[in-house]
Design a protein around this ligand. Structure first.
Ligand code: SF4
Length: 73
């Protein structure tokens, strides 16, 4: 219980596809087929610095329920 991670997600409107977060945190982030980053491990992202990983502010913390990264559309 003493290790509680936030859930992170990428705001795809803000993501420039620069790849910076994937280099800084390759275990937590990866590039998707749409050339936008996505979170593969919120725990790793938090260890890497969370929101600060993205210079454009596209990585956002989501409190509460888990969210899926995929769009169902
Ligand atoms: S650092 Fe930010 S803008 Fe660059 S790929 Fe990652 S989420 Fe997107």
């Amino acid at each position: 219980m003493d290790k509680t991670y936030k859930t992170y997600k990428v705001n795809k409107d803000k993501c420039m596809g620069c790849g910076s977060c994937t280099f800084s945190c390759e275990e937590g982030m990866e590039m998707g087929a749409d050339n936008k980053a996505k979170v593969i491990s919120s725990g790793k992202v938090e260890e890497c610095g969370g929101e600060t990983l993205c210079p454009y502010g596209a990585i956002e913390a989501v409190n509460g329920a888990e969210e899926t990264e995929e769009n169902d559309e």
